[in-house]
Every structure is written in structure tokens, then in C-alpha cells.
Design a protein around this ligand. Sequence first.
Ligand SMILES: O=C[C@H](O)[C@@H](O)CC(=O)C(=O)O
Ligand SMILES: [Zn+2]
Length: 276
Amino acid sequence: MDIRYSTHAADYPAYDTATLRARYLIDGVFAPGAIRMTYCHDDRMVVAGLMPVGAPLRPEGGAMFGGLGFFDRREAGIFVIAGTGRITVDGTAYDLVEADALYIGKGARDVAFESPDPADPAKFYLVSVPAHRACPTRAIRKADARTLELGTVRDANKRQLRQYLHPDVIETCQLCMGQTDLYEGSVWNTYPCHTHERRMEAYLYFGLGEDGRVFHYMGKPDETRHLVLGNEQAVISPSWSIHMGSGTRNYSFIWAMAGENQEFTDMDMVKPQDLR
Ligand SMILES: O=C[C@H](O)[C@@H](O)CC(=O)C(=O)O
Ligand SMILES: [Zn+2]
């Protein structure tokens, strides 16, 4: 378990590149046959990659969770970013293809992740946060998501944003999650940018190819820093930080938020002329 404590907004301007990356970047999200977990103390969000090859994978609770089962006091959203996958929750199997998602509510006991086709192993991206009550476990297919078309070719930010774990789609305790795909020729995400003091957020970038990179911007709007991210790397955005990026090509990312509210539009928009 990789543990990330919260950082104060006054501290990050002094970080060098290596420290910025150690605090906010999550590398090695997917490894064949393994569960890779990062426990982030910002809103106690767990970010994990599961890539079953052969035997099914089961997220464990254990010492890090006070001896509880993983889902005893948590909910999770899981997206398939590659391959085809099956998740079995207490005897019910959900078969998922790329861009499908599953929400698992608090109280699930036996959760197994599998790749039914060994030639096409699934990459499951999981984000989990504490939950105070049980909401129903449900699959959300790509077509079920609330879809928004954003941006323009002129601004190189034409993209499709799909809200899967969102109050208009399914009920969750605090997790909001979705996927944004940039169209070919567009490279900017989340511009004009924003903060949301009431929620933290994590992004997983993928579909970048081997050499593609995203220059991800973070920090207070008047004191920005950047992290260079490669394919299938994630980044933590504390509530005080902007989170936007520009890629060397188009790409996709999964965003996940947790905190005080689930109002997607509760954002403090930053005027471009105020960025530094
Ligand atoms: O708070 C919301 C998140 O930052 C993302 O949903 C933004 C995003 O996917 C986009 O603009 O493409
Ligand atoms: Zn945001």
C-alpha cells in the first residue's frame, strides 16, 4: 500500500520535480496479476489498478482498514480501461467491456475481479472512498452515462465527458466519477480550469500511447506547477489545486471526486487572465 498524506497549499511551491511527483503522481497503476493500491489521505480516497491474469483478484481490507473487509465501510467505482472483465459481487457476475463501469456499495463481502479471456486481460481502475450507508451495486454502461459534448476544435479541447457515478445516473454516498475522451486533434482538458474547495479529485490518464505525454497543471491558480504524465499514470489533486492538462496528442482520462458534496457544477472557475 502506497500512502500519501495530505499536503498544505503553502508547501508545494517549494517542492522540486521529484518531490512534486512523490506527493501527487501515481505510477505503476497496473501490473499483470496484481492489485496496486494507493491510500490518499485527502478524503481517504483509495486509487487502485487491478489486472487479473489467471487467478481472480480480491481487494483485501486488513490492517490498513482497521481489520475490516475492504467494502465494510467503503463504496467504489470501477472502470474497465482495456480488455474485457468480469466482477462478481456476492454471487452476481457483471460482464464489462471497455468504457463500462460498476458501482459497488458498502457492505459487499466477496468481490472478485477476473479476465475471462486470457488473451485480452482486463485493466480495472478502481476508486474507493468511505461510505456511511449501502447504496445498490449497479453496472453503468457507456450508453447509460450522462454525456456532455464540450470544447471546440478551435480551442483544441473538443471532448466527450461522461458522468457515470453522478446523482442523475445512480445513487452513491459521496463518490462522483466519469470518463472524458478527447477527440483526435484536441489536447486540452478542463480548460478554462477550476478548483472545488469542497472536493478533492484524482485523474487517471490513458490512451496516450507509449510516447504521448500529458503536461498536467496543478497548484493554486496564481502559482501553478506541472507534472509530466505518461500513459496510465494517475495524479492526485487536493481541493485547493487546479487540475488541467495538455497532451502531445489526444487521450482519455477518468476523473473521480469525493468530499463535502456531489454538486458537479460547484466549481470555482478560474479566469484565464488570473493564471500564473
Ligand atoms: O470537476 C470535474 C473534473 O475536473 C472533470 O470532470 C473535468 C473534465 O473531465 C473535463 O473538463 O474534461
Ligand atoms: Zn474538477
